[in-house]
Design a protein around this ligand. Sequence first.
Ligand code: GLU
Length: 377
Amino acid sequence: MTLRVVKVGTSLLRQRQAATTANAIARLSCDLAESMARGDRVVLVSSGAVGLGCQRLGMAQRPLSLPGLQAAASVGQGYLMSLYEKEFSRHSIAVAQVLLTRSDLADRVSYHNASATLNQLLEWGVLPVVNGNDTVSSDELKFGDNDTLSALVAAAVKADELILLTDVDSLYSADPRSDINATPIKDVHGHEEIGDLEEGAGGGGRWGTGGMATKLAAARIATHSGIKVHLGDGRTSEALQDILRGGRGGTVFHPHPQPLGDRKSWLAHALQPSGTLRIDRGASRALTTKGASLLLVGITDVDGQFETNQAVLLVDEHGEEVARGLSTMSSEKLSDLLSLQSTEQTCTGGSPVVVHRDAMVLTMTTTRQQAIDHTCD
Ligand code: GLU
């Protein structure tokens, strides 16, 4: 039994003359139902609410304002689900609507609740259809970011694979429409390689799809959590069917050899930090080479407002991210203690722990980590 999260975006579902949204959903439903009949489990992350809302309201183009997009999505979401309900009922599969936002997943309790609900649905043989909750959050609409959401969902259900369906057959070394030397990238191993591709994809996507940057961000999150990611061509059935039968997408992002556990994966990717702690060189080394906790004495500056147990970024003296984790004290208390520390009224006893290593995940790249290891030799 393989558990897969399949993400389908607006570009594949929007209405065209030859293939209506309903046709695209009918095709997708057959492929997914076939895989579920083989005993595999699927969570579908589907966009399409805004497009269908516009269609239902007779709008010739998408609204320009965010409230307009949010309102159109609220009209289209029910319509979208009615199409899935109709198609999957032909295969005797019940569907469930699951609307989530990134901030829902940033809260540990909501994250657990979402993951428990999804797991129960999967156990019942129901197909969860996840979309951003566009009424209350505009992030997914602003950034076209159901990609990130799908990776967080994949981590929350501990999926084996994440399939990102898109309107290209694979990643390319350059924009294949303008560069005849562009070659497909078949396999991507590790964060360094994803990082290099992200640099190339900056500014809206070197490959001209506009969505490659968020696909790479999703691949980073999922592979770090031990999940294999396929970038598959969603324009026809063949590519998806092949992946669902155990084949591969045009580009495969291989899982990290030492994936983060559930809590650390959540700390690293789902949490949205509310503040930043700048730490000195000694602290940076202790964290990265000795697996130490962050002590007050290693902090040089505090930025942002946060409460006890909220997430913070830890950055080194150059402002580069080293780790992220939960602070044992509020920003206010921390600032007070730091000013006492600078007037040397503390630190006679042991320095207090500000981010415990169990509530921290290192996020710096391997190259930078190696540079630090080297300077410690
Ligand atoms: N939630 C939006 C919709 O259903 C899409 C967001 C996205 O494409 O990432 O239209």
